[in-house]
Design a protein around this ligand. Structure first.
Ligand code: CA
Ligand code: CA
Length: 260
């Protein structure tokens, strides 16, 4: 530094200069940390700013990534929903087709069943084929009518079939016939001699399964002396007490029996 010293004020100047120099020196010493602190302060501010900017950039990037991920998930969900809808439509269509097929098959089955019944009935009437028309029990065959006739008409029908009105020879046979659960004529009558019951093959009655108070020959319900033909009457509860005598002119279903 240039030094201008006045003669009359050398010491003062020197003092002042020294003072200034000292002052400058002290001020310099005092200003150096302040400058340093300012730089440090600015550096901190800049760093903090950069940190904030970086944080903001990271947040934005993360949000973008999450947004893109959500969009992709949404698209996948839409695709899955559309696939499920398509699959559901196909299944519904297939179900409708199966239902239609089932209905058609059911109708065809019913038609075939009807045709089969008609054909079987025709065969039974014309040929008496086995076993479609007859039921087997203990090596004997039994035909159960679907019509109703008098006792004599029923007996004649069985003769035309190469059989006879059923003759009941055992408890087992009685139970078997009861199991058919049908009110029918059996081949038993006392029309030749009142009170003497005889089977249609001429054999006498040995073991009977009359219902309670039967045979009554019409007593209590119809005119006495009018009931000479036997039926198996399913109104009685005990299977071994099921017979009843009835007017031979009444109409009943019947059972034919044949030994093949
Ligand atoms: Ca009688
Ligand atoms: Ca009776």
């Amino acid at each position: 530094m240039a030094r201008f010293v006045r003669r009359d004020e050398p010491e003062i100047m020197e003092v002042n200069e020294d003072h200034v120099m000292r002052a400058n020196s002290v001020e310099g010493r005092q200003q150096a940390p302040q400058k340093h602190e300012g730089k440090l302060y600015r550096l901190v501010l800049v760093s903090f700013g950069l940190l904030c900017v970086t944080q903001a950039a990271l947040n934005i990037s993360l949000r973008l990534i999450l947004y893109n991920s959500d969009v992709q998930k949404l698209e996948l969900l839409k695709m899955e929903r559309d696939q499920i809808k398509t699959s559901n439509n196909r299944l519904t269509e297939a179900k409708d087709q199966l239902q239609t097929s089932y209905n058609r098959l059911t109708e065809e089955r019913d038609q075939l069943q009807t045709s089969n019944n008609i054909l079987r009935e025709s065969l039974c009437t014309q040929t008496q084929t086995y076993p479609h028309c007859w039921i087997e029990f203990n090596s004997n065959w039994y035909y159960v009518s679907n019509e109703m006739k008098t006792w004599e008409e029923s007996r004649q029908d069985c003769l035309r079939r190469g059989a006879h009105l059923v003759i009941i020879n055992s408890k087992e046979e009685q139970k078997f016939l009861v199991g058919l659960n049908k009110r029918v004529w059996i081949g038993l009558t006392d029309r030749e001699e009142e009170g003497t019951w005889t089977w249609v093959d001429g054999s006498p009655l040995t073991t009977a399964y009359w219902g309670r108070t039967q045979p009554d020959d019409g007593d209590g319900f119809t005119k006495v002396g009018t009931e000479d033909c036997a039926e198996l009457n399913n109104h009685y509860s005990d299977p071994l007490n099921k017979w009843n005598d009835l007017s031979c002119n009444g109409k009943n279903s019947w059972i034919c029996e044949k030994v093949v």
